[in-house]
Design a protein around this ligand. Structure first.
Ligand code: OKP
Ligand code: ZN
Length: 323
C-alpha cells in the first residue's frame, strides 16, 4: 500500500472541550463527542507516519463571515466565565440539549476553526488533499445557534474562505444531516451543498435534510439531500454516493470540502447504517477520483476503538487515487 502523504492538521487544544454529560430526552448520558475520538485517530495516523501540521491562528473575522457577532461573543463570554468543571446548558442560541458550554469550549472551537482554515490555506498553496482533524465538529452549527455538539461551522467557514478564490462544493458524508452548512449556503449558487445522511424522520436533526430542500432564490438547485434508511449497507451507500459525486462533478467546482463523519459505521453507537470497515477505502477512492483539491474536515464518528482504522482506510483509499 502507498504511504499516506496527505498532511494532517491537528492541535491538542481540542482537549480543552470535554463536557461530562449530554441530556437526552431529559436524562443525563455520558458525552459521546469526547476527546478520545481524536486520540484514537491520531495514534493510528502516527503509526502510518503521517506529517502533522500545527494550525496557524486566523482572525475571528473568518467566523464572523458566517456567524452572528453576538452569538460568537456569547460563547466566548460564557465560556471564559465558567469554573473548570462546570457544564452550562444556556437558555439562548442553542437548538438542543447536546451542546453545552464549558470553560474550554470557546478556545477549542476557535482552534477547530483554525485547523480547517490552515487546511484550506494548504490547498490554496497547491496541496492536493488535506485532512483537518478537528473537534468540536461543526456541520450542525447555524448562523446563530449551536447544536449537535457543534459551535462554529468549521466546514462552512473553510468553504467560505475558499470561495473567495473559486467555486466550492461541500460533500457531507456524516451520518447526520448538516443543517447548519445547508442553512449558511441555502441562498447561494457559488457553494454547492450535497449531503448523504440518515432519514431525518428518524434521526437528528429531525427538522431538515429532506429531498424537497433544494435551496432558494439564486441558491435554488445548489442544495441536494440524499436521506437514507437505517440499515443502509455498503452497496446501497455506494450507489447513492456516486449520484452525489455526479452532482459535484456537474457543478464543476475548483475545491471540494468534505464533511467527514465516521458515524456511518456499522458499530457506531449513535448511528444506524451498516457500513463495513473496508468500505471506507472505497469511499476514499470514489471521492478522490474526482481529481479536485480536497479538504477533509472531521465531523462525527463515535465508536472510538475503530475510529483510527476508519481514518487510515479512508486515507489509503484517497491516496491510491492521487496521481
Ligand atoms: C453530531 B454529528 C445520543 C443522542 C445523539 C445528537 C447527534 C449529534 C450528531 N445520546 N444526538 O453530526 O456527528
Ligand atoms: Zn454525525
Amino acid at each position: 500500500m502507498k504511504k499516506i502523504t496527505i498532511p494532517v492538521v491537528y492541535s491538542e487544544d481540542h482537549y480543552l472541550h470535554d463536557p461530562k454529560f449530554e441530556i437526552y430526552d431529559g436524562m443525563k448520558e455520558p458525552y459521546a463527542e469526547k476527546p478520545e475520538r481524536l486520540t484514537s485517530i491520531m495514534s493510528s495516523l502516527k503509526k502510518e507516519g503521517v506529517a502533522v501540521v500545527i494550525p496557524s491562528k486566523f482572525p475571528v473575522s473568518h467566523i464572523e463571515n458566517l456567524h452572528q457577532k453576538a452569538y460568537i461573543q456569547f460563547i466566548k463570554n460564557r465560556s471564559e466565565k465558567l469554573e473548570e468543571q462546570a457544564v452550562l446548558y444556556p437558555s439562548y442560541f442553542l437548538m438542543d440539549t447536546y451542546t453545552p458550554i464549558t470553560s474550554g469550549t470557546y478556545q477549542a472551537a476557535l482552534s477547530s476553526v483554525n485547523t480547517v482554515l490552515t487546511g484550506a490555506q494548504l490547498l490554496i498553496q497547491g496541496e492536493r488533499a488535506v485532512y483537518s482533524l478537528c473537534r468540536p465538529p461543526g456541520h450542525h452549527a447555524e448562523h446563530k445557534a449551536m447544536g449537535g455538539y457543534c459551535y462554529f461551522n468549521n466546514a462552512a467557514i473553510a468553504a467560505e474562505y475558499l470561495s473567495k478564490i473559486g467555486k466550492v462544493a461541500i460533500l457531507d458524508i456524516d451520518f447526520h444531516h448538516g443543517n447548519g452548512t445547508q442553512q449558511l449556503f441555502f441562498e447561494r449558487d457559488d457553494v454547492l451543498y450535497v449531503s448523504l445522511h440518515a432519514d431525518p424522520v428518524v434521526r437528528f436533526p429531525y427538522s431538515s435534510g429532506f429531498v424537497e430542500e433544494i435551496g432558494s432564490g439564486t441558491g435554488k438547485g445548489y442544495t441536494r439531500n440524499y436521506p437514507l434508511s437505517l440499515g443502509t449497507n455498503d452497496e446501497t451507500y455506494l450507489s447513492v454516493l456516486r449520484a452525489a459525486l455526479a452532482d459535484v462533478k456537474k457543478f464543476n467546482p475548483d475545491f471540494l470540502v468534505v464533511s467527514l463523519g465516521f458515524d456511518t459505521y456499522e458499530k457506531d453507537p449513535i448511528g444506524g447504517f451498516a457500513l463495513s470497515l473496508p468500505f471506507y477505502i472505497t469511499i476514499g477512492e470514489e471521492i478522490a477520483a474526482l481529481a479536485l483539491p480536497i479538504l477533509f474536515v472531521q465531523e462525527g464518528g463515535y465508536f472510538v476503538p475503530d475510529l483510527g482504522k476508519m481514518a487510515v482506510n479512508f486515507l489509503h483509499g484517497v491516496q491510491s487515487r492521487l496521481s
